[in-house]
Design a protein around this ligand. Structure first.
Ligand code: CP
Length: 338
């Protein structure tokens, strides 16, 4: 039996409980996070509200967010924590205060953990180093969105038949193909999922035109050494292999300079009812949001029986309770016995 020290980030110099990248998460830690999510879900609300009673958590958001910000905040409050939101739009950040000084200010005010969304890749590392606090990466530029990948994993485990969701190991998703389609070049969600899901045994098939999916995407993380990550540019062919299809938003704000014909993109890559029925009638349909109906996904598919999009949001709230507990070192995350 091995004792794994408190689920600390592998990269030294960052506070234990930080979650900066899924690359640092061992499978046993993923299992511990999902087990804690389940335990919290079974607790009575009154007991849950004692888990982080009075602990101070800061949400620091330099980019817009609906799902991530709200679910982290509701998760923290459901555990009894005190939360404060600092947004770039209504704080001294507008006056030019740096990320480091904002973080040090939050620490001086008693924050014990900071949840950071930032447009710059790597910003959570800087904040974690500067403050010494546990930092949860809530999406940094085009780098990563680790809590999204964890909630996506929990959604997949819950939706696919015949999976033992209570037993997470390197083979749990063996035989499952997850197709990720869209703007993979700019997507932190694709990056985190492409690194996490193969660790649990899934094959990830990236799909999109070369403008949005460069060949070097195959070099991502864990999959580089183990396989588990492939490219298929024909969406219909990819869908025919899919148990899960994850659609990504076309980020119009990032398309400048790219030669992408949106009408052509829609005809080749939009997930619509006809394509889903013809190629993958049983596939679980996912989208991290925000989605652009009529562009990457047809409204009928988003609202249809295959859609797990609202489930993803619910799993996000649940998984983030466990991540907060882990960040603050309570609830079994002081040490994980395997
Ligand atoms: N999935 C996601 O990150 O959504 P938000 O931008 O609304 O947080």
């Amino acid at each position: 039996m091995a004792l794994i020290e408190r689920a600390a980030t592998k990269a030294s110099g960052y506070a234990a409980g930080s979650l900066l990248t899924v690359a640092d998460l061992a499978v046993v830690e993923v299992a511990a996070i999902l087990a804690a999510t389940d335990r919290l879900g079974r607790m009575a609300g009154v007991d849950r509200a004692r888990v982080l009673a009075g602990r101070r958590i800061a949400l620091l958001f330099y980019e817009s967010s609906t799902r991530t910000r709200t679910s982290f905040e509701l998760a923290a409050k459901s555990l009894g924590a005190i939360t404060t939101l600092v947004s770039d739009k209504s704080s001294s950040i507008e006056k030019g205060e740096s990320l480091k000084d904002t973080g040090l200010t939050l620490r001086a005010l008693g924050a014990e953990c900071i949840i950071l969304r930032h447009a710059n890749s790597g910003a959570p590392y800087l904040l974690a180093k500067a403050t010494g606090l546990p930092v949860l990466n809530a999406g940094d530029g085009m780098h990563e969105h680790p809590s999204q990948a964890l909630l996506d994993l929990r959604t997949i485990l819950a939706r696919l038949p015949g999976i033992d969701a209570g037993r997470i190991d390197a083979k749990t998703l063996a035989g499952v193909t997850v197709v990720i389609t869209g703007d993979i070049l700019h997507s932190r969600v694709a990056r985190s999922n492409a690194m996490l899901l193969p660790k649990i045994g899934a094959k990830v098939l990236l799909c999109g035109p070369k403008e949005l999916l460069p060949e070097d995407a195959l070099g991502l993380g864990y999959a580089r050494t183990t396989g588990g990550l492939e490219i298929e540019r024909d969406f219909d062919k990819a869908l025919k292999q899919a148990q899960v299809v994850m659609m990504l938003r076309i980020q119009r704000e990032r398309l400048a300079g790219l030669e992408l014909d949106l009408a052509d993109y829609i005809s080749r890559y939009q997930l619509n009812e006809e394509r889903l029925a013809a190629c993958a009638p049983e596939a679980v349909v996912m989208h991290p949001g925000p989605m652009i109906r009529g562009l990457e996904i047809a409204g009928e598919v988003a609202d249809g029986p295959n859609s797990a999009i609202e489930d993803q949001v619910r799993h996000g709230l649940a998984v983030r309770t466990a991540l907060l507990m882990r960040a603050l070192g309570v609830g079994g995350f002081e040490s994980v016995m395997v």
